[in-house]
Design a protein around this ligand. Structure first.
Ligand code: F6P
Length: 545
């Protein structure tokens, strides 16, 4: 198999040469020589304002990054996605999460079938169901209304719903309780249900495939937990609904397919929070807010599709990600939302970014040996991170580009809290970019031996994303911003951002090991010596030696 040719392309080579010129130029100097940079190097769309002026880049950098996007055929690739081409080549599937937020009037074809009417049919079914549950008209087996909703799913069938629930809690039905069970560790289920009354509880079994081991194990446990109280299989129909693409498996599990909310193989798991996988979100915030969320996604989709690349938020963010990942050798990106409601946003982004772009071969199957693909994403809500890991970002030996996310208007105005919170975003981005020089530290009378410790080199790049307030629309726009930034990077790296073969091997091996752990008779272990010893020790500790 041949090697990828990305690094031989003219734009890449030009960027590599340009990097040598700019790598030591301090942001302090760049700003000093350009009084309006902070206003100019910004872009705005779908209610989000992006300040990218603190990137280690000048006009030439941006020109070359945009040229790279052109050379990599980004425009044609965007068009292919929106058109419904099968751009997920290894699974031979279209990639149409953008169809989930298309208006009824739009037509998008997959294999000759317009998918938009199906999308709206499911949305309408979700709406009718959510309205009944929220109004107390959908009754449990004893006649009590539903007060508790437990979403059982994992990966894309969990992280999006949890993140959206937490992010939009302010808009949620406070009289209802929402829980999310994902881990196959029994503790997750036990803790989520320990104080719930089965008669008032609705389980949403969310699984695209309806075969995922963790989800099916938890779903069967939920069934047993429910029946222990209800004592009647017929009661299941009122307490279990499914979200899946797999009607046969849903039926096999015992859920009436009338209570199934479908989606399609052209929705990737990590791109599915605005499909029926968002049923728990709709139950929490109501159909109107859910549609506002979709409108936010849609506004960013339209911007991504139509805006020139030089003012296109996802394109710019994606390209700066490439700049640090591939030329500065930055290995990670910190996502730092200054909003407590976004506390699960970094975890959500980890699947979106790393399952999408953690790939080692190109679309043609050529091994990627001479450039890096997806970086590691991580983060915590501000200001907590400041008292934990920011030390390393400010003074460590690693370069960590940061995305700060903040909102002008708080959802919980409390005294001076919000100004204090937001002052910290601005201060952190400023400190990271401009630091504190030796001369400044000396001028404060710092003893010479302490000067190096108190000096901040600066030149740590960041984006600041600012919006009016955290609303369903803003959340949709924010998620779509990252979805499309990931797409932009995948297009540059020439990888399939929509498959996830890397998760398979571990699943297969676990299935093989389960009976070895469970068996009463000592199994004939044929793993490596480490795995054999661990299994043997585990069996002994469980009294199965
Ligand atoms: O194991 C990874 C994965 O396939 C994710 O891509 C997906 O979001 C998750 O598992 C859950 O899959 P499902 O919705 O089919 O249960």
């Amino acid at each position: 198999m041949s090697e990828s040719i990305l690094t031989q392309t003219p734009a890449w080579q030009a960027l590599a040469a340009h990097y040598q010129q700019i790598k030591n130029v301090p942001l302090r100097d760049i700003f000093a020589n350009d009084a309006t940079r902070g206003e100019r190097l910004t872009a705005e769309a779908a209610g989000l304002y992006l300040d990218y002026s603190k990137q280690r880049a000048n006009n030439e950098t941006i020109r070359l990054l945009l040229r790279l996007a052109d050379e990599r055929g980004l425009r044609a690739k965007i068009d292919a996605m929106f058109r419904g081409d099968k751009i997920n080549v290894t699974e031979q599937r279209a990639v149409l999460h953008v169809a989930l937020r298309a208006p009824r009037s739009e037509k998008i074809f997959v294999d000759g079938v317009d998918v938009v009417p199906e999308v709206h049919a499911v949305l309408d079914k979700m709406t009718a169901f959510a309205e009944r549950v929220r109004a107390g008209a959908w009754r449990g087996y004893t006649g009590k209304p539903i007060r508790n909703v437990v979403n059982i799913g994992i990966g894309g069938s969990d992280l999006g719903p949890v993140m959206a629930y937490e992010a939009l809690k302010h808009y949620s039905a406070r009289a209802m309780t929402f829980r999310f069970v994902s881990n196959v560790d029994g503790t997750d289920f036990a803790e989520a249900t320990r104080d719930l009354d089965a008669a008032e509880t609705l389980f949403i079994i969310s699984s695209k495939t309806f075969t995922t081991l963790e989800t099916m194990t938890n779903a069967h446990t939920a069934r047993a937990w429910f029946l222990a109280q209800a004592q009647d299989e017929k009661a299941i129909a009122k307490h279990f609904v499914a979200v899946s693409t797999n009607a046969t498996q849903v039926e096999n599990f015992g859920i009436d397919t009338a209570n199934m909310f479908g989606f399609w193989d052209w929705v990737g798991g990590r791109y599915s929070m605005d499909s029926a996988i968002g049923l728990s979100t709709m139950l929490a915030v109501g159909p109107e807010n859910f549609r506002a969320l979709l409108a936010g996604f849609r506004a960013m989709d339209e911007h991504f599709r139509a805006a020139p690349f030089e003012s296109n938020l996802p394109v710019l963010m994606g390209l700066f990600g490439v700049w640090y990942n591939n030329f500065f050798d930055a290995q990670t990106v910190a996502v730092l939302p200054y909003d407590q409601y976004l506390k699960r946003f970094p975890a959500y982004l980890q699947q979106l970014t790393m399952e999408s772009n953690g790939k080692h071969v190109t679309l043609d199957g050529a091994y990627i040996t001479n450039y890096q693909t997806g970086p590691i994403y991580w983060g915590e809500p501000g200001t907590n991170g400041q008292h934990s890991f920011y030390q390393l970002i400010h003074q460590g030996t690693k370069l960590i580009p940061c995305d700060f996310i903040g909102f002008a208007n708080p959802l919980n105005p409390l005294g001076a809290h919000h100004d204090i919170l937001m002052s910290n975003i601005f201060a952190q981005a400023e400190a990271l970019a401009f630091g504190k020089t030796v001369a400044q530290v000396q001028a404060e009378g710092t003893p010479a031996w302490l000067v190096p410790h108190r000096t901040f080199e600066g030149n740590r790049p960041s984006n600041v994303i600012l919006a009016d307030k955290l609303s369903p629309e803003t959340l949709g726009a924010l998620v779509a911003l990252y979805e499309h930034a990931v797409f932009t990077q995948g297009a540059v790296w020439d990888i399939d951002s929509f498959d996830q073969w890397g998760v398979e091997l571990g699943k297969v091996l676990a299935k093989k090991i389960i009976p070895e752990l469970e068996s009463v008779a000592a199994p004939d272990l044929k793993h490596d010596s480490s795995t054999n010893a661990l299994i043997t020790r585990y069996r002994r500790l469980r009294g199965r030696a």
